[in-house]
Ligand binder design. Structure first.
Ligand SMILES: N[C@@H](CCC(=O)N[C@@H](CS)C(=O)NCC(=O)O)C(=O)O
Length: 219
């Protein structure tokens, strides 16, 4: 039996969505975030890093969203949600499978963490912390995020999907960066990005995954 160790309001929602798209049976073990937003310590009993998602299937325990997505598609997908293997669209899909966690999420995570720093600083230094974080945001994060948003907007321009004419695993992986970006930053005139989110949110499998997963602040 496939089991997903799923943290509320998190990127593991993508795995539930993929499982629904593939029509697979699965069990969800749900975890609530601590007040600090960290995962609860029980997750470390499933995988030493204590992050979500983690998949277990038979004797296999697998962490990292990209690896889990690839595992499910290769093991149970029968070619679904993938362009022809080795084709330019397939390589484009590979690019976005890695890009989502490797390049897109780090600055979005920094944005979230830096925005929380001033509120956690002692009252006397809070104005300084705010000014510092504003500087980091303006000079370091904003230009990098703008480049990413332009890149994604252009990537979606032809077909509305990240890797060719049909929805693929790349779209499932990229959904979380786009959802996080939409809620933390906003898209300012890049119309392919909100259109992509509307398109995926309208899919029955996406809705079914939300119903299984519980709280998800991004959709
Ligand atoms: N690159 C990893 C990131 C895993 C990760 O950071 N998961 C978050 C969920 S959004 C988490 O468990 N956060 C809680 C924590 O860091 O304590 C993946 O894609 O699986």
């Amino acid at each position: 039996m496939i089991t997903i160790h799923h943290l509320e309001n998190s990127r593991s929602q993508r795995i539930l969505w993929l499982l629904e798209e593939l029509g697979l049976r699965y069990e969800v073990k749900s975890y609530k975030r601590l007040p600090s937003l960290a995962a609860p310590p029980e997750l470390k009993q499933v995988h030493p890093l204590g992050k979500s998602p983690v998949l277990t299937d038979g004797g296999l325990t697998l962490a990292e969203t990209g690896a889990i997505v690839t595992y499910l598609a290769e093991t149970y997908g029968a070619g679904r949600l993938q362009p022809e293997r080795g084709s330019p669209d397939w390589w484009r899909m590979q690019h976005f499978l890695h890009h989502a966690e490797g390049s897109a999420m780090p600055p979005l995570f920094m944005k979230l963490v830096f925005a929380r720093i001033p509120a956690q600083a002692p009252l006397v230094v809070r104005p300084v912390a705010k000014a510092l974080m504003r500087g980091v945001d303006q000079h370091l994060l904003a230009p990098r995020l703008a480049d990413l948003f332009d890149y994604w907007d252009a990537a979606l321009a032809d077909t509305g999907w990240f890797a060719g004419p049909n929805m693929t695993l790349a779209d499932i992986m990229m959904s979380f960066p786009l959802e996080a970006a939409g809620s933390r930053v906003g898209f300012e005139g890049r119309r392919n990005l909100p259109a992509f989110l509307e398109r995926i949110h309208a899919r029955p499998a996406y809705g079914a995954a939300l119903a299984r997963g519980g709280p998800y602040a991004y959709a």
